[in-house]
Design a protein around this ligand. Structure first.
Ligand SMILES: CC(=O)N[C@@H](CC(=O)O)C(=O)NC[C@H](CC1(C(=O)N[C@@H](Cc2ccc(O)cc2)C(=O)O)CCCC1)C(=O)O
Ligand SMILES: [Zn+2]
Length: 567
């Protein structure tokens, strides 16, 4: 019998019970989950079509390649970049063989190149190869995803996704959080824009307009850590980029994984099981194409857990290893729960676990204690440098983490129709993130499709929530560890008290609403998402940025964009 047939029969059985009147809260909670069948509620042939569509889009994305940039071919007589040279009428690159993959080649160019023309070319070529081809498939996908959601009693796929958070108005709650955090983002944005303008000039980077998206060191401008050579407040002082140390000390990916594991066990949490080390894939294979986007896998048998990551020996990948291992640790902590409760209290919690430990592991003193940094001084400048690099990751990300699903929820609800998919994407990118495209975009383009989570159909609001809640976790674990002093100096390494508190929350899985898990985490203080800890963590940097930005235009005028997005 088809898995979905089996599922459907079980589902029908469960829905015959008047489970909403059951007195036992746990049993009622179990039924509330098991009666949601998800996409298996679709008729067989539509389920087949939906699965094939997502697989096709993931394959297109994961195998997309672009050509090397060659500056000689793309000039107008006046020397300006010729947007439209070298791409044929279907926007395929001409006169070259596409050989560069997103990881690691294209990611490295976006991180390292300081040539705006090369960056613009690579930014565009990636979207031609990975985004544009998905547009029609995505439109059909939305129809099927909405049909499946309606068969489960939701008005559309966005409502189905938001139901994971068990709250009436998730969007409103998140908007309130963003309204409080937005000024902090605008100050970071203003300072980074000034430093980029000093490097590239006013013709490339506007004084009071949005920042062109190709100059921020990342294909989606979602984290800005790779601009730090241009933006670090006090150059020459201690920087927490330990890539050079890792390479000099002969670190290989396996050592980096062992290092992360040791942080977890130092808290009294579980080591990775034997099978993890035998079955994980931690370096990009040379004999076949794999989906290099890092991922953590729970095989639901209490012993088989794996990470797939095309690991490079860099600081960024060391952080990612902590992130992925955080998923595995959570999977392990709730493995004794009934199957239906083996999930994060909400998806944002699952994304936060690894990042919480990385907040401690990234501190200059921790890196020095494990030999990856030396002569760390306690000067004000080093403190600001450290907070600034953390902000390039954690603060820069907030509007992007918010807008991806704002866009998707509107597409699912029909508020954004299929004739304005790209225009709406750029409206959100301009208004929330203050970034603009390096060349005009139109409705033939499909720029959201050039971001993994859209073709892969992985929800994204979980990351916005994680970046807030991980600082709540950090604050409470630091208190449990007996930390005194500024929150950004805290390192919970080796604290079994912190580890026990974390385990008490993680072992619940999804057996209790996440609001109750927060009450346990905060010893009864709060059951809501709270931006106070992230604001406390970055307080010294906020003061510093405000003093630096005196005289700067803080925020951005969309009208001042170097390139107006829709031609
Ligand atoms: C079977 C399965 O799918 N498992 C899930 C996990 C689970 O549900 O158990 C899973 O492995 N998802 C993959 C995804 C990978 C990454 C990602 O996509 N990150 C976001 C956002 C972000 C950005 C900066 C940052 O510091 C943290 C996050 C992006 O890169 O845009 C890439 C590197 C980091 C995390 C992940 O681990 O979340
Ligand atoms: Zn994750």
């Amino acid at each position: 019998m088809e898995w979905s047939e089996f599922h459907r029969n079980k589902w029908k059985q469960a829905t015959t019970f008047a489970w909403k009147n059951f007195t036992n809260p746990l049993v009622r909670r179990m039924f509330s989950f098991v009666t949601v069948l998800g996409k298996a509620a679709l008729p067989k042939e539509k389920l087949q079509e939906l699965s094939e569509l997502v697989q096709d889009m993931k394959t297109t994305y994961s195998t997309a390649k672009i050509c090397k940039y060659d500056s000689t071919q793309r000039r107008l007589p006046n020397g300006d970049y010729d947007y439209y040279a070298d791409f044929d009428a279907e926007d395929n690159e001409i006169g070259c063989v596409p050989t560069l993959s997103l990881e690691p080649e294209v990611t490295q160019i976006m991180a390292r190149s300081r040539d705006p023309e090369e960056l613009r070319y690579v930014w565009r070529a990636w979207r031609e190869a990975a985004g544009k081809p998905l547009r029609h498939k995505y439109i059909r996908f939305v129809q099927l995803a909405n049909e499946a959601a309606r068969l489960n009693g939701f008005e559309d796929a966005g409502a189905y996704w938001r139901s994971d958070y068990e709250t009436d108005d998730l969007h409103k709650e998140l908007q309130e959080l963003w309204d409080v955090l937005r000024p902090l983002y605008e100050h970071l944005h203003a300072y980074v824009r000034k430093k980029l303008r000093e490097k590239y000039g006013e013709k490339v980077v506007p004084r009071s307009g949005p920042i062109p998206a190709h100059l921020l060191g990342n294909m989606w401008a979602q984290t800005w850590t790779h601009t730090q050579d241009l933006t670090i407040p006090y150059p020459g002082r201690t920087s927490v980029d330990v890539t050079a140390s890792l390479l000099r000390q002969g670190y290989m990916p396996l050592h980096m994984f062992r290092l992360a594991e040791e942080f977890f066990t130092s808290l009294g949490l579980d080591p990775m099981p034997l099978g993890f080390w035998q079955k994980s894939l931690i370096v990009k294979p040379t004999d076949r194409e794999v989906v290099c986007h890092a991922s953590a896998w729970d095989f639901c048998n209490g012993i088989d857990y794996r990470i797939k990551q095309c690991t490079r020996v860099t600081t960024e990948d060391l952080i990612t290893i902590h992130h992925e291992m955080g998923h595995i640790q959570y999977d392990i902590q709730y493995r004794n729960q009934p199957f239906i409760f083996r999930d994060g209290a909400n998806p944002g919690f699952h994304e936060a676990v690894g990042d919480v430990l990385a907040l401690s592991a990234s501190t200059p003193h921790h890196l020095q204690s494990i030999g990856l940094l030396e002569n760390v001084d306690d000067s004000y400048e080093t403190d600001i440098n450290f907070l600034f690099t953390m902000a390039l990751d954690k603060i820069a990300f907030l509007p992007f983490g918010y807008l991806v699903d704002l866009w998707r929820w509107e597409v699912f609800s029909g508020k954004t129709g299929e004739l304005s998919l790209n225009r709406r994407w750029w409206e959100l990118r301009l208004s929330l993130q203050g970034v603009s495209p390096p060349l005009p975009r139109d409705e033939d383009d499909f720029d959201p499709g050039a971001k993994f989570h859209i073709p892969a159909n992985v929800p994204y609001i979980r990351y916005f929530i994680s970046f807030i809640v991980q600082f709540q976790f950090h604050a409470e674990l630091c208190k449990a560890a007996g930390h005194v002093g500024p929150l950004h100096h805290c390192d919970i390494y080796r604290s079994h008290k912190a580890g026990t508190l974390l385990r008490n929350v993680l072992s619940l899985g999804k057996s209790r609403p996440w609001t109750e898990a927060l009450l346990i985490l905060t010893s009864g203080k709060t059951s809501k998402l709270d931006v106070k800890p992230i604001l406390e963590y970055f307080a010294p940097l906020i003061a510093w940025l405000k003093s630096q930005n005196r005289g700067e235009f803080v925020g951005w005028r969309v009208s001042e964009a170097i390139v107006q997005p829709v031609r």
